[in-house]
Ligand binder design. Sequence first.
Ligand SMILES: Nc1ncnc2c1ncn2[C@@H]1O[C@H](COP(=O)(O)OP(=O)(O)OP(=O)(O)O)[C@@H](O)[C@H]1O
Length: 235
Amino acid sequence: MSETILKVENLSKNYKMGEVTVKALDNASFEVSKGEFIVILGPSGSGKSTLLNIMGGMDTPSSGNVYFNNELLTTMNDKGLTQYRRNKIGFVFQFYNLMASLTARENVELATEICEESIDIEDVIESVGLKDRIDHFPSQMSGGEQQRVAIARAVAKNPQILLCDEPTGALDFETGISILKVLKDVNIKYKNTIVVITHNSPIAQMADKVIKMRSGKIIEIIENKNPIEPERIEW
Ligand SMILES: Nc1ncnc2c1ncn2[C@@H]1O[C@H](COP(=O)(O)OP(=O)(O)OP(=O)(O)O)[C@@H](O)[C@H]1O
């Protein structure tokens, strides 16, 4: 049986807006196995980002627990959470969030400077297909290339889990597919666990496990016996 890396247990997050309480997350439970490629799928406002932020140690739930390798994340102090975000998690965002004044190499270097066990920067940049662009600035690169730098930056920290928030959301179809292929290649090469959140349902076809959300609730968890190659996704 595969080892559990992350366990989410009865997670809820409420926001009080005057008289009204918004249930951003409502009793969500699931497990993530080591090396899995997970897609969390749901429409806008279904609670995906709230869930990802809690899994990434950037937010805390109103109730429930998250365990990372059997360690309880939800009662960790700020120092523990900083170490967790720094050393265990890599983040990829929709709009890349690169430093405009740094080259691809320097963007990746900067991220590895504060973590414990980084991996070879040039190797990672080559793995995402950007060897020829290593000394270019973000403004000299396309959106897809910038997202590759962002993936290299996250992977170079050698994180156990890569959390990706709509990584293809700002890209056209073909570029989006090429980015999903990079994520799958990284998943195989570096053996990390990948969680992608998206509202774009065809992406679910490449996942080992699909977690479907609606109105803060998990409505279905699908184990995909035969995930397809990103190149075969159509939308
Ligand atoms: N800080 C906040 N204060 C109040 N309500 C919030 C806050 N953050 C999120 N919400 C609400 O919680 C619900 C879930 O939001 P969340 O951003 O997690 O959904 P999402 O599925 O990621 O949506 P999107 O794809 O549009 O980003 C929404 O109704 C949202 O308005």
